[in-house]
Write a protein that binds this ligand. Structure first.
Ligand code: PBG
Length: 334
């Protein structure tokens, strides 16, 4: 190979490849494909309920019958995986709805797997939607105020994950950020005969204002305090790698970084450091911001969505969890 010459008339000048669309396609490094997408959906009780989520236009809380219809449409668009969240009828201080055999997510999983055996059904494993106080773990009040009790929470998370697997979930995704939960879940799944059910861990999950609209969607805003004692500080990148290393050691199969766009550096670092299947979650406010800008006519929704999701892929995401999964899958069709 000829070296780059620095003389007055360089013999070879490195340059970007330009040219026809075919040439650009030939040298394209990354792409988006519908098979990489997971669509998050919110399940709730009742029948024929399609309750719009005002801060997330185009997203709904769906009763199980409507959820089935939505998945049929999504499947038709080319989406092959969904991530389920549940909005229970009642909440309490031990998140009973999270691990009830007849809980909302468990019912939804059974209905979906019955209708669409090939659809990959992923479940979010967390307690906040089921807790009266809205925190992701058990709360203990003492003279210092309220504290989240890490270790006693692990048992409940493990029970929730196993109840999802029992209902037929293909993949469980713990999002609570308690320490030790991946191991607790792995052990419980194995003990109950679900050793083939993998874990996608929300390994790197920041305490983020970008979850705001989701908390309206899932009715899970904390009633007091915030989630900073268990979710990560946006300032810390190295700590994120240590968190991911713990989850790998505990048996995670897929590592997730969340949110996505403000943390592309961490998608890259997690992917290059561990070489595990890596997921990025384009969270609720990332969705709402672009929707709002597009509604005002200020930005081109499709172009911005495709560019930003491609950026997540370029950063190293193998999998993207996105509220646009259906639209992207449709836009990608020839
Ligand atoms: C539950 C959970 C949250 C999200 C996913 N799982 C909210 C939170 O941690 O407060 C956020 C998803 C989104 O914003 O789209 N713990």
């Amino acid at each position: 190979m000829r070296g780059v010459q620095t003389g007055k008339f360089p013999e070879y000048r490195p340059r970007r490849l330009r040219g026809s669309a075919a040439l650009r396609a030939l040298v394209r490094e990354t792409d988006l494909n519908a098979r990489q997408l997971i669509l998050p959906l919110f399940a709730r009780g009742g029948k024929k309920v399609r309750q719009p989520i005002s801060s997330m236009p185009g997203c709904f809380q769906l009763s199980v019958d409507e959820l089935v219809k939505e998945c049929e449409l999504a499947h038709g668009d080319g989406v092959s995986a969904v991530l389920l969240f549940g909005i229970p009828e009642a909440k309490d201080e031990k998140a009973s709805g999270a691990y009830a055999t007849n809980g909302i997510v468990q019912r939804a999983v059974r209905a979906l797997k019955k209708e669409f055996p090939d659809l990959l059904v992923v479940t979010d494993v967390c307690l906040c939607e089921y807790m009266s106080h809205g925190h992701c773990g058990l709360v203990h009040k003492n003279s210092r105020g309220a504290e989240i009790k890490n270790d006693p929470t692990l048992k409940l998370l493990a029970r929730a994950a196993a109840s999802h697997a029992e209902a037929g979930a293909d993949l469980v995704a713990p999002s609570d950020m308690m320490d030790g939960r991946v191991r607790a879940i792995r052990e419980e799944l194995d003990r109950r005969g679900f050793d083939q059910t993998p874990i996608m861990s929300y390994a790197v999950k920041f305490a983020s204002a970008f979850y705001g609209p989701f908390r309206e969607a899932a009715e899970s805003a904390p009633k007091f305090g915030d989630r900073r004692s268990y979710q990560m500080d946006a300032a810390n990148g190295n700590e994120a790698l240590r968190e991911a290393a713990l989850d790998v050691a505990e048996g995670a199969d897929i590592l997730m970084v969340k949110p996505a766009l403000s943390y592309l550096d961490l998608i890259y670092r997690v992917k290059t450091e561990f070489r595990y299947p890596t997921a990025a979650y384009a969270v609720s406010a990332e969705y709402s911001m672009i929707k709002a800008g597009a509604e005002k006519g200020w930005i081109d929704e499709k172009a911005i969505v495709m560019e930003s999701h491609l950026a997540m892929r370029r950063a190293g995401a193998d999998i993207i969890i996105t509220y646009w999964a259906r639209e992207i899958a449709r836009w990608l069709k020839p």
